[in-house]
Design a protein. Structure first.
Length: 377
């Protein structure tokens, strides 16, 4: 994009691919009924974009809310894990049918793709999901993606579709992500607080931006909140993907975006591709390696992580697991795939390579984490 305007987001990926994430409150009304008219108008806008050459992936929430209404479950189906899984199992059929019907009325074919966190954390399964998305798009379908909440548990789930949308954008090779919610974007405080102002453009996600997001969770039936949306912006941004948070409650939300230019645009902060982008977006780390200042400086200069610079090992992990790298002041430095188990890392931490064989009892590897298998955050 030549200028950081919200209207430019659609133009910037006009010949590429856009991921649109839709929150539960946009799909399901307060009484648990689907907002069919709203979905139909949006489906028409998707068809219009398709005619310009732009391909669309929809990441849609709403299954649990729809299923809870049909099963008469309390608390919107979120009273406990069993209720949420049951509601998702019923609601996912309804949600898929709604999108299939809405898109079909505008000459488009919907395709359902249900994913769990593990599907995108495991490299082989991630590549399989990427290949499926590409084939569907090449065949002219509109993929409709959701987390498979009927089998996901608290330990192995995204928990929100904002971060899922950013990961899908990586997997599909998208140029932009639109997070449609029931708020206009990121505010300097809670949107209902006096004096809170909409932030139009974020050039870098930092502590101040995270602080703003912490008090802005006003979603009625969803689980994401603003903190999850900012986390999604980080994931997308590291892969060179533009992300915008916009208010989707209005009829024709894509048209309103172009006309109003109202929302929050997150500019991309990196250009990670392929394996690096996948690593940067992973969530379920198994432990941490605490590095000294000299080691961190070397990492930022493009070096691999060596045992000599490690001062502490946290967690219980195996070779090949995802592990974070932290500074001694607890600041997050990066994450990557480790070459040693946690026990072996404890045996050799602080040691130069020449001492590793004696400590381990076998021929050592040259690095604890190779630079090609780590990403700085």
């Amino acid at each position: 994009m030549n200028s950081p305007s919200l209207a430019g987001l659609l133009d910037s990926v006009q010949t590429s691919l856009l991921v649109i994430k839709i929150g539960s409150s946009l799909i399901v009304g307060k009484e648990g009924a689907a907002r069919k008219n709203w979905m139909d108008v949006l489906a028409g806008e998707v068809a219009d974009q398709r005619r310009t050459g732009q391909r669309i992936v929809i990441v849609s929430s709403g299954a649990i809310a729809l299923g809870a209404a049909r099963l008469n479950l309390p608390h919107g189906g979120r009273a406990n894990l069993a209720d949420a899984q049951a509601a998702a199992a019923v609601g996912q059929i309804a949600l898929a049918g709604l999108w299939s019907d809405a898109l079909a009325r505008h000459g488009l074919t919907a395709a359902q793709l249900l994913l769990t966190l593990d599907d995108l954390e495991d490299r082989r399964r991630y590549l399989n999901a990427s290949a499926t998305l590409q084939r569907l798009l090449d065949a002219g379908a509109v993929p409709v993606v959701n987390e498979n909440d009927s089998v996901a548990t608290g330990e192995i789930r995204f928990g929100d579709n904002d971060r899922l949308a950013a990961r899908i954008a990586q997997a599909a090779g998208a140029g932009g992500v639109l997070l449609m919610s029931d708020v206009d974007g990121l505010y300097t405080g809670h949107p209902h607080d006096e004096g809170a102002e909409l932030v139009p453009v974020v050039t870098a996600v930092n502590g101040a931006i995270h602080a703003m997001a912490g008090g802005a969770d006003v979603a009625g039936v969803g689980t994401g909140g603003m903190a999850a949306k900012v986390a999604a912006a980080e994931i997308a941004g590291r892969a060179g993907i533009t992300l915008a948070i916009v208010n989707g409650t209005y009829a024709g939300p894509l048209g309103r975006l172009v006309m109003s230019k109202r929302g929050t645009l997150f500019m991309p902060s990196g250009k990670d591709r392929g394996r690096k982008a996948w690593l940067g977006g992973r969530k379920a780390d198994r432990g941490a390696l605490v590095a000294d200042a000299g080691c961190i400086a070397a990492l930022r200069s493009g070096a691999s992580l060596l045992a000599a610079g490690i001062v502490e090992v946290e967690g219980d992990f195996s070779r090949g697991d995802l592990v974070t790298i932290r500074a001694e002041d607890a600041g997050l430095i990066g994450r990557g795939l480790v070459e040693y188990s946690a026990d072996d890392c404890r045996r050799i931490m602080g040691m130069p390579l020449a001492q590793h064989e004696a400590a381990l009892g076998h021929m050592p590897r040259s690095t604890v984490m190779h630079r090609d298998s780590l990403v700085l955050l």
